[in-house]
Design a binder for this molecule. Structure first.
Ligand code: IMP
Ligand code: MG
Length: 369
């Protein structure tokens, strides 16, 4: 991932892929033009790198020149095309090949046609390295297209984002989700996970997604996914991971402009951790850290027994049940600790001390991400 100004871009088309597309265009055009000596006209600024690589590979004599047009501001194409440097030579009866870095709305291409209208060229051939079919609004023919791409802003290989990125040898695509902080929060029963999750949510403007709450919500509201989950639960079967993932996906989509998410109660298995990674990937994002509150067993037992006195929860009243729950927690999370440790994303945080002290420790981890 790279950052230009305040915007994040992810790797999209490698230098090798670009080169292969350029070489193919060279061969196709050279074959079709036979012994004609073409005038290649690059549209500045964006096409300088493409034109350079293209003509270096062109196997026969040719002329090269440039015109300079500008239509883009920030990440949006504008109607208003400025001619900054026009044509400076007579092209009567010449075969002209326009070399464009990218064709987006087609406004620039329209201007190119306007420029050549009365120039009496023999042929006006359009070749573009990148083309965004979904954005194209004109009907001028494109004779050669290197790579078709979706309608998202790209940078690199001559293309810029407000001046930056032209020098990159490969192409990057804008991330639809800008930088998020996504946490998986763990803690044994009694570790104070709920309290800390609430604090983190406020402080970092994150959405807290507790899988238990999400299930209860979907079942109570009889959503399609809730009914599906319930059908498994009623049979005494485990709800398939995909159903849970679909529910989490819906939660993530509901909060598309959040700064990030705290996942709580999910994942529980290797397969679920992978599924969550894949989900975040589809959102142009990722899990940044698994944070586990670490508290000594004896302290947990003491805390839970204390809570049991007032909470009325029967599973908080019996020491051996409590110890079993803690043991089960460690058995289950050991796998996930491995999973996230391998990616250098596991952070154990000492969960003993005052709420404020623990909060400070958690913030240190998150601030350093
Ligand atoms: P059009 O006039 O909308 O077809 O846009 C053409 C010009 O806009 C190109 O020559 C580029 O300079 C610029 N442009 C279009 N799409 C992109 C992009 O994704 N990244 C950077 N520049 C772009
Ligand atoms: Mg251009």
């Amino acid at each position: 991932m790279i950052k230009l100004h305040d915007t994040y871009f992810k790797p999209f088309i490698s230098a090798e892929k670009i080169d292969a597309a350029v070489q193919k265009m060279v061969l196709d055009i050279a074959n079709d033009l036979k012994d004609e000596i073409p005038v290649f006209i690059g549209i500045l600024n964006g096409s300088f790198m493409f034109v350079s690589d293209f003509v270096k590979a062109y196997p026969k004599p040719c002329e090269v020149t440039f015109i300079k047009l500008a239509s883009y501001e920030g990440v949006k194409s504008s109607e208003d095309i400025k001619r900054l440097i026009g044509l400076t030579q007579d092209l009567t009866d010449r075969t002209v090949v326009i070399l464009e870095d990218i064709i987006d709305s087609g406004n620039t291409l329209e201007e190119v046609h306007r420029i050549f209208k009365n120039k009496n060229v023999k042929d006006l051939i359009i070749a573009t390295l990148f083309y965004k079919p979904e954005a194209y609004k004109k009907d001028f023919k494109m004779h050669y297209v290197g790579i078709e791409i979706s309608n998202k802003f790209i940078v690199g290989y001559g293309l810029d984002y407000d001046g930056l990125g032209r020098d990159l040898p490969e192409v990057y695509q804008i991330k639809t989700t800008q930088h998020m902080t996504n946490l998986v929060l763990f803690g044994p029963p009694g570790a104070g996970k709920g309290t800390q999750a609430n604090f983190l949510k406020e402080r970092y403007n994150l959405e807290h997604i507790s899988t238990g709450d999400v299930f209860r919500f979907n079942i109570k509201n009889e959503t399609a996914l809730g009914m599906l989950a319930k059908s498994y639960m009623d049979k005494g079967e485990l709800v398939p991971d995909q159903v849970t993932i679909d529910m989490l996906n819906a939660e993530v989509e509901k909060n598309a402009d959040a700064n990030g998410f705290i996942f709580d109660g999910f994942p529980r298995t290797d397969a679920q951790a992978k599924a969550l990674d894949e989900l975040m990937e589809t959102k142009d994002s990722s899990i940044n850290a698994m944070i586990a509150l670490e508290v000594d067993d004896d302290v947990l037992v003491e805390r839970l027994l204390e809570r049991g006195k007032t909470s009325g929860r029967p599973d908080d009243a019996d020491e051996s049940i409590i110890r079993n729950r803690i043991k089960e927690y460690y058995t289950k999370t050991a796998i996930l600790k491995d999973y996230y440790s391998k990616q250098d994303k596991y952070f154990g945080v000492d969960g003993i001390g005052s709420i404020e002290n623990i909060t400070v420790r958690l913030s240190k981890v998150i601030d350093a991400l």
